[in-house]
Design a protein around this ligand. Structure first.
Ligand code: F6P
Length: 362
């Protein structure tokens, strides 16, 4: 008799479009590849389910009808991660032993963990604690090392581009400046792509510290030469040339003492002073992570999911599925978890933006 393979599924960290498509890809491929000799356990709310042994036994039918659904049918949560060391509860106690306990009690062969940067790093700790792990890269931020793109990213680019497209008409009618704050604390991939895709006039990303006097100069020139309105696509993690010199503690204090709730409100207030032009802010926020995955993400998540099933069938653990130059590959999880994929300042897309006259804030 064939041995049953037992797999746990975890969706962890901030959600994004394509998680259900990936769950479906993993589940369907495992049932088909293993001739139904598989048991799949879906952990509720990400690592929380693994910690508290809260899960559901998933049948074949649970993987149907979810391809186009946004969010995650398993739920998700964020855990406290101590860089490179531990995952802890609110009292600072390690939760890894509890996770290992669930893993052992269910007699799992492998955990499939779908997550962003933080989740990849935590998954590496689970691997170090003795669990077999295969991970999938998901995030609207596209900042996971070792993969050209992540699922969720393209759907978020579509939404953010659409938001700016819509703002163009009202900005034009009123002759206003609009600062649109897009997600991305550390990396500017989403803002750069949505900014270029929607014809923004200024793009501010964390990797290129901005100088508002230079931005204002450009906006004033634009107006002088007949463009009555301007759109600024600003990443939530954009930072000024002065603030980039602050250490972590000083930045935290600066944020706490600021009368502006987020960076785009600060930028808007300053630009209004410098240009004398009516300025407004729009923050689409979590809307960028909501709704159904776009077709690209459905396909990518399905490819990633089936590739994860392949790794499990071949007992290749400790790896993250990735896409490199159009090919689905897998890389050591330790590599993916070791760094963040920031936007290189010499990336060709930044040159493209500059070539079409977009001000990058510097
Ligand atoms: O990492 C994905 C992301 O959407 C970031 O772009 C954003 O900064 C963060 O999550 C928001 O986190 P939360 O969902 O916890 O508010």
């Amino acid at each position: 008799m064939k041995r049953t393979t037992r797999v746990g599924l975890v969706t962890s960290g901030g959600d994004c479009q394509g998680l259900n498509a990936a769950i479906r890809g993993v589940g369907k491929a495992l049932f088909n590849r293993l001739d139904n000799n598989v048991e799949i356990y879906g952990m509720f709310d990400g690592y929380r389910g693994l910690i508290e042994r809260d899960y559901k036994f998933m049948e074949r039918k649970d993987f149907s009808g979810i391809l186009t659904e946004g969010g995650t049918i398993l739920g998700t949560s964020r855990q406290r991660y101590v860089p490179g060391k531990d995952i802890v509860d609110d009292d600072g106690n390690s939760v890894i032993p509890k996770m290992l306990n669930t893993y052992n009690r269910l007699n799992l062969d492998c955990l499939v963990v779908m997550g962003g940067n933080g989740t990849q790093k935590s998954a590496k700790l689970l691997m170090d604690a003795g669990m077999n792990v295969v991970t999938l890269p998901k995030t609207i931020d596209n900042d996971i090392w070792g993969t050209d793109t992540t699922f969720g990213f393209q759907s978020a680019v579509n939404i953010a581009t659409n938001v700016i497209d819509y703002l163009h008409t009202t900005a034009c009618s009123h002759g206003r400046i609009f600062v649109v704050e897009l997600m991305g604390r550390d990396a500017g991939w989403l803002t750069l792509n949505a900014g270029i895709g929607s014809g923004a006039d200024v793009i501010l990303i964390p990797e290129i510290p901005y100088n508002l006097e230079k931005v204002a100069e450009m906006l004033i020139k634009r107006r002088k030469y007949g463009s009555g309105f301007s759109i600024i696509a600003c990443a939530e993690g954009a930072v000024s040339v002065d603030d980039v010199k602050l250490d972590e503690e000083e930045s935290r204090r600066r944020r706490e003492n600021s009368k502006h709730s987020t960076v785009s409100y600060y930028i808007a207030a300053e630009l209004e002073k410098l240009t004398g032009q009516d300025t407004r802010v729009t923050v689409p926020g979590h809307y960028q992570r909501g709704g159904p995955p776009c077709p690209f993400d459905r396909v990518l998540a399905t490819r990633f999911g089936t590739a994860a099933a392949d790794l499990i069938v071949n007992q290749q653990y400790g790896r993250m599925v990735a896409i490199q130059q159009g090919e689905i590959v897998s890389i050591p999880l330790a590599d993916a978890a070791s760094r963040t994929k920031f936007l290189p300042v010499d990336h060709p897309m930044i040159q493209v933006a500059r070539d079409v006259g977009i001000c990058m804030g510097d």
